[in-house]
Design a protein around this ligand. Structure first.
Ligand SMILES: [Zn+2]
Length: 308
């Protein structure tokens, strides 16, 4: 519907890697990663290892600095300026301690995104690495026959050792929507949110469901509001562990909220001026929106006409 360049400020949407060469020979890609010039994103448990100064770090580490063992898990990611890049998983304990001695620090990916600890076009690479490594960690057994699976094709899939079924990484689509009615928009908060934070409603898209119907169903279930027109705005990889957030604008056809009390602690209508104060962290009651790296923040800025 609307076309724009890379959405300003949104986290994980910029990825500088070229992935096309992986289609031809991903195993050769991994061989080249282990040679001088190869780069790797390394996770210690759920944390990403960063090198460089505190405010201008990088998660793209020279492979020789990681001292990988021959049996280390490597997953092909793509090429950066001709240099092959892979992802690797180190242990949470001993490996992390050893790497810390080499000048790395381990940081969770949300903090990296919120605080801008790496360049914006690197965030997408870190998201790609985290989602793929998480998928490998959770898919050691074949969903068809129950036997063990092993990485194949440079880590781009896993093959069953008994029945040969090929398993591919999955991405789970989530609809997230700015529901508007005239000059008001609908925001809610879950109990787990930080104090005062209100966000757009969201939910997983069900099998056999369109994006538009998922938006209408979620808004009806969570807030009792009927939605008419739905339009796509922007999408965002969300590597916790492997979602694609699909941001929409939705038109409310009524305004009486009937909240699902198990899902939402509160839900209400907000005016444009109030939302602007929340975005700017100047609301008199301390109400806030999610940070600029989050897609809900982008949808609100888009609704206010603040996105160029
Ligand atoms: Zn099998």
């Amino acid at each position: 519907m609307r076309e724009r360049g890379t959405p300003d400020g949104l986290g994980f949407v910029r990825n500088a890697l070229v992935r096309s060469e992986l289609e031809t020979d991903p195993d050769d890609h991994l061989r080249r990663v282990r040679q001088p010039g190869g780069l790797a994103v390394a996770l210690a448990g759920e944390l990403v290892l960063l090198a460089g100064p505190e405010e201008a770090g990088t998660g793209l580490l020279p492979v020789e600095s990681l001292a990988l063992t021959p049996d280390a898990t490597l997953v092909a990611l793509g090429s950066l300026d001709g240099r092959p890049v892979a992802a690797t998983q180190t242990g949470e304990g001993a490996a992390e301690g050893a790497l810390a001695g080499r000048g790395f620090r381990a940081v969770d990916l949300r903090t990296i995104a919120v605080s801008g600890l790496v360049p914006a076009d690197e965030l997408g690479i870190l998201a790609q690495a985290k989602s793929l490594l998480s998928w490998h960690a959770r898919h050691g057994f074949c969903a068809h026959c129950g036997a063990g699976t092993v990485p194949s094709a440079g880590g781009l899939r896993r093959d069953c050792t008994r029945c040969g079924t090929q398993h591919f990484p999955r991405t789970d689509p989530v609809a997230i929507m700015l529901v508007a009615r005239g000059d008001l928009c609908l925001l809610g908060r879950q109990r787990r949110f930080v104090a005062g934070s209100y966000s757009c409603l969201a939910g997983f898209i069900s099998p056999g469901e369109t994006l538009e119907d998922a938006v209408r169903r979620e808004v009806k279930e969570e807030a009792g509001i009927t939605v008419g027109a739905v339009g796509y705005v922007v999408s965002q990889p969300w590597p916790f562990p492997s979602s694609l957030m699909i941001g929409c604008r939705a038109e409310a056809l009524d305004d009486v909220i009937r909240r699902d009390e198990t899902e939402l602690e509160d839900a209400r209508w907000f005016g444009r001026a109030e939302v602007r104060l929340m975005l700017e962290r100047r609301h008199p009651d301390g109400l806030i929106t999610p940070p600029p790296m989050a897609i809900a923040n982008y949808l609100l800025r888009d609704w206010l006409g603040l996105v160029s």
